[in-house]
Design a protein around this ligand. Structure first.
Ligand SMILES: C[S@@+](CC[C@H](N)C(=O)[O-])C[C@H]1O[C@@H](n2cnc3c(N)ncnc32)[C@H](O)[C@@H]1O
Length: 288
């Protein structure tokens, strides 16, 4: 893709007046042709969650292709991720009043934060204006959303965020990852949590054809040089040959995460397979 305006070297679709499309609410998509769901429906009182969520779903195109035409599983995957977070917070005594989802896309998680929790301040940001427009047009007004850039700076006050997540975002950040960690540290309150998913050496070793990340990399000209061997470096980057932001896949070793990110925020733990193809690194900003 050619970059036509300078803003799109550091963001995407910055001047787009995006004609977003939408589907009906999740209650219209409960019966998937293949019958699969991505979670334990009994445990999560799914009917209650479905009834609360009256907003439209994004089309597959408007949600980074997630879950193909299985609209219910797209919705359910966000709820699964939310419950993993709230379970962890309950177990670790973390209270959330203000939440930031970095790289929120069309609100896979934001919608559940709004409909399924009592969190008072819910904010999302993404470098892709089309996603920001989608959230603005289709999700409730109580959710704030803005376009950020790939320069690691966010227009949020120091210490103003209790919990931030970045699902499948650090997996695409090849430059300035430590600067992003510094920015996260600035906006988190003391004791605040960063929940960052990443492609790890486990992902690298276990991925097989059919995994989305494997199938994407299989088309990369450098993949064959590395494939079938241990992760070749602590930060292995596959950059696609264009000038856009958001055009690489990055694998991080856990020792890189601990050594580089863990000196900026306090490293708590890595939870493997969460979500399934990635691992989650959890950090805390030092303080009460
Ligand atoms: C793989 S998608 C994941 C979307 C969403 N987090 C989810 O889990 O459904 C990556 C998202 O991150 C956004 N993104 C990539 N680099 C970013 C950056 N530096 N800052 C904010 N968003 C970014 C992309 O536009 C895209 O929406």
């Amino acid at each position: 893709m050619q970059v036509e305006i300078w803003e799109d070297y550091i963001s995407l679709n910055s001047r787009t007046d995006y004609a977003s499309k939408s589907l009906g609410p999740v209650s219209q998509y409960l019966h998937q042709a293949d019958g699969t769901v991505v979670w334990d429906t009994d445990r999560l009182a799914v009917q209650v969650a479905v009834e609360r969520d009256t907003a439209p779903l994004p089309t597959t195109e408007d949600r980074e292709g997630y879950y193909g035409d299985n609209h219910y599983n797209f919705w359910a995957s966000g709820l699964r991720d939310l419950f993993q977070i709230t379970d962890w917070c309950d177990a670790n005594g973390v209270n959330i009043d203000s939440y930031l989802d970095v790289g929120c896309a069309s609100g896979r998680l934001l919608r559940h934060l709004h409909y399924q929790t009592g969190i008072s301040s819910i904010v999302g940001c993404d470098i892709n204006r089309a996603h920001v427009d989608w959230v603005t047009r289709h999700l409730p007004l109580a959710i704030s959303v803005f376009q950020n850039t790939s320069i690691p700076t966010l227009p949020l006050a120091d210490g103003s965020v209790d919990f931030l997540s970045a699902f499948s975002v650090m997996t695409h950040i090849e430059s300035f990852d430590t600067t992003w960690l510094m920015e996260f540290r600035r906006i988190l309150r003391p004791g605040g949590i960063a929940w960052l998913t990443f492609h790890s050496s486990r992902t690298w070793a276990e991925m097989t054809p059919g995994w989305p990340i494997y199938d994407a990399l299989a088309t990369h000209p450098d993949f064959s040089k590395f494939r079938g061997k241990p992760l070749a470096s602590d930060r292995l980057i596959f950059r696609w040959r264009n000038q856009r932001s958001y055009s690489s896949n990055v694998f991080y070793s856990e020792s890189y995460i601990r050594r580089n990110w863990g000196r900026i925020l306090e490293f708590i733990e890595v939870i493997p397979c969460q979500p399934s193809f990635q691992d989650t690194a959890i950090f805390r900003k030092a303080g009460p």
